[in-house]
Design a protein. Structure first.
Length: 461
């Protein structure tokens, strides 16, 4: 009886501890990883590093000098040599470790064994990146960071650089307009495309940038941000009037750059420029980001007159995509479908959009429109996105690289509040004043206690 009582006394706390660990693993994976997963995975890695590398075929025969030294100092068996391991660096989402490859090895050998390493060390995923010739970094991710997205506060941000999502390897996905000037974002209804757009607008709203919108859904997506927009067109007719103004603005900026180039022959090379970023800061025009939501509406026609207007707008968009970067004009084109069936000029416009983000789509053809011409292997990943994970997407660019990303939840009201607070940052562009939307500023309310926590879980569930 005494033994049974003792067992119950000991078993109760153990069961509670196990239940608490299971709850933390399901609901708070970051806390579980820091408290339990990190020590266990580190212990597995340290205790089995050599045997795991040998099982994965990542060892090489020892040098003759090593063989002679081992035989001279001990009777141990001379085993193959694994890559030299660096210091284990824990993070809030996993581990980082650098490996110095042995002669004859290449990073592809380690990348091919990533799945084996994941199972051997009990982590969610293993990613391999090349640091320099002969050195690779293993990024071990302890849990699925895309299930409950938590953006790091240390995410790199700057002028025209917006951290908008989390990659599957636990690094932030940063939308950098200086590096990738134009982008195509596709996604079906309720796929999270609007959430991605909100993060872009909210991030740019705090910067000295002119925001211009074309929203042919009568402005339902972009009108809440009117306080921060320099111009807004809510139907194809208004868009047909706005685009020529942007073309004229681009041409005026090229004239400014050209005037700067026509200087004396003795001027230093660093003062000669081919884009606005080489101009002195007091002469540099403000960057302009053009958001086009539901781009297919600009292509749809019903009459011959509509067809002429469509061809003119498409031509203007193509010109902005081809020439706008040097003038500081950037395009963010969004839609549910985008392809040759939209009409003349569609594929030419798509070819100018360097960045691609594809959320859940309704058919494989839509995924091929976004990713098929830059990363064919990413098409199947985009088609596998489940409806239960809004905000999940596949991001790629014309370099052929791609990765899964997910955008955290941001309510429309919170994004609108950010734009209202930043209304004083709207730059003075006289050409766009006729298109400035009417502003109905609502009072900014501080969120009640507990609202931020509840909001954090809505999209991430």
């Amino acid at each position: 009886m005494t033994d049974l009582t003792t067992l119950l006394e000991v078993g109760g706390p153990v069961a509670a501890l196990g239940g608490g660990a299971a709850y933390a693993r399901a609901q708070h994976p970051g806390i579980y990883w820091s408290a339990v997963g990190l020590p266990l995975s580190t212990a597995r890695l340290l205790s089995s590093y050599g045997s795991v590398m040998e099982a994965c075929g990542l060892t090489v025969a020892p040098s003759r000098l090593r063989v002679l030294a081992v035989k001279a100092t001990s009777r141990r068996e001379v085993r193959p040599v694994p890559p030299r391991r660096g210091i284990i660096r824990p993070t809030s989402t996993g581990l980082r470790i650098r490996l110095r490859l042995a002669p004859g090895q290449e990073p592809a050998d380690v990348a091919a064994s990533a799945e084996r390493l994941r199972h051997a060390w009990g982590v969610h995923a293993v990613y391999v990146t090349t640091v320099k010739p002969g050195v690779v970094e293993l990024r071990l991710v302890g849990f699925d960071v895309l299930r409950k997205v938590r953006m790091s506060r240390k995410s790199a941000a700057g002028l025209l650089k917006i951290p908008v999502a989390m990659r599957e390897d636990a690094t932030p996905f940063v939308r950098d307009y200086r590096t990738v000037p134009h982008q195509l974002t596709l996604g079906a209804t309720l796929s999270g495309k609007s959430m991605y757009l909100r993060h872009l607008v909210a991030g740019l709203a705090r910067q000295p940038v002119a925001l211009v919108g074309i929203d042919c859904k009568r402005g339902v997506e972009l009108a809440p941000f009117a306080a921060r927009l320099s111009a807004l067109a809510t139907d194809p007719e208004q868009a047909a009037q706005l685009l020529p103004v942007l073309i004229k603005e681009m041409e005026d900026r090229y004239d400014l750059i050209k005037a700067r180039q026509g200087i004396a022959s003795g001027t230093p090379d660093e003062e000669i420029t081919s884009d606005i970023w080489g101009l002195p800061e007091d002469e540099r025009p403000v960057p302009v980001v053009l958001f086009v939501d539901e781009v297919a509406e600009l292509f749809l026609v019903a009459t011959r007159k509509d067809e002429e207007r469509r061809d003119e707008m498409v031509t203007q968009l193509i010109r902005l995509a081809q020439l706008g970067r040097a003038a500081g004009i950037y395009l963010e084109v969004c839609g549910q479908r985008f392809g040759a069936e939209l009409g003349k000029g569609a594929t030419m416009l798509r070819a100018q959009l360097t960045g691609r983000v594809c959320h859940r789509v309704n058919d494989e053809a839509s995924a091929k429109m976004a990713l098929g011409d830059i990363a064919p292997e990413a098409v199947s990943a985009a088609c596998a996105i489940a409806p239960e994970r809004p905000g999940l997407a596949v991001a790629g660019d014309t370099s052929g690289g791609w990765s899964r990303i997910r955008t955290p939840y941001l309510s429309l009201g919170d994004a609108a509040d950010i734009c209202n607070e930043s209304a004083d940052l709207v730059p003075d562009l006289p050409a766009l004043k006729p298109f400035r939307p009417a502003v109905h500023v609502r009072p900014v309310k501080s969120p009640p206690a507990g609202r931020a926590t509840a909001r954090r879980f809505r999209l991430s569930r």
